[in-house]
Design a protein around this ligand. Sequence first.
Ligand code: UDP
Ligand code: MG
Length: 321
Amino acid sequence: MKTPTLYIVIPCYNEEKVLPISQEIFLEELTLLISKNKITNDSKVLFVNDGSKDKTWEIICDLAKKDSHFIGISQSRNRGHQNAVLAGLMEAKDKCDITISIDCDGQDDVKVMEQMVDEYMNGADVVYGVRDNRDTDTFFKRNTAVMFYKLINALGGEVVENHADYRLMSTRALNAFSEFKEVNLFLRGLVPLVGFKSANVYYKRNERLAGDTHYPLSKMFYLAFDGITSLSVKPLNMITVFGVIVSLISFVLMIWAFITQLMGHTVAGWASMTCIVCFLGGIQLISIGVIGMYIGKIYMEVKARPRYIISERTEDNNPEN
Ligand code: UDP
Ligand code: MG
């Protein structure tokens, strides 16, 4: 197989603190791989500015001026991590043979990129970067993460455990992936559905080099819900099954109430009545909520709005690159 051209795709949102530090790490790894003849000299580091409000885009433009291995695109506004990665992958797919997506905060170890490329040369179209420790996470994050993967797999999603969005994809896989038109993006769940031969490489995840996380608890839960509802309709089936069970129990209770009534033991019954009403009310609200979440998704899908809009490219300023 011929030496591939690699594009490293890096989403950046308000990363002026960490970008000047991490850019060096990415360039170093890229030049190392080029010098080892693992990838061609046309390989690039592609930054995707996700509508940052700070100096991120200026930094990217400066980098592109300094070294032709750096290029960048800017989204017309902030659209979230998943859409930023998608924009970068779609931008890269016709210009290279393989892409590796990675966060810009230096948490994921660039050293395993070489292994990823090797796996690609061995025939894998998708290579997942999997963290083999969660020591740097809090106790809470570690356990919620485990629960999340268990839940999503039990509900019929196929998510590689402990894999975030650090992965290699070949252009073949990306072309197939571009046919997945959904606007509710959960890349981790979608990529396994594309298929093709895949492999895992393992690495240790570090602390962020600088700056703060963009995923506070509330956003993490939202991502988890988003993941589940975009991958599986099992919760809807579960609601139906649960509804049937509750109805059966209620039916038995009704018979019981009727018999006690006939036997003349008139029950005071206020407490039990209140419990049942509250219970059923709660179940109904939750069920309507879950159904509502799916309807919300259908609403967004039907509109089929663009998933990303690119407003600028560094290549426009540096035509010689
Ligand atoms: N990010 C983005 N758009 C957003 C939020 C985050 O492009 O709206 C990028 C961010 O710059 C980083 C990556 O997504 O490169 C992951 O974000 P972060 O490190 O904050 O998440 P964590 O690693 O804490 O889960
Ligand atoms: Mg991070």
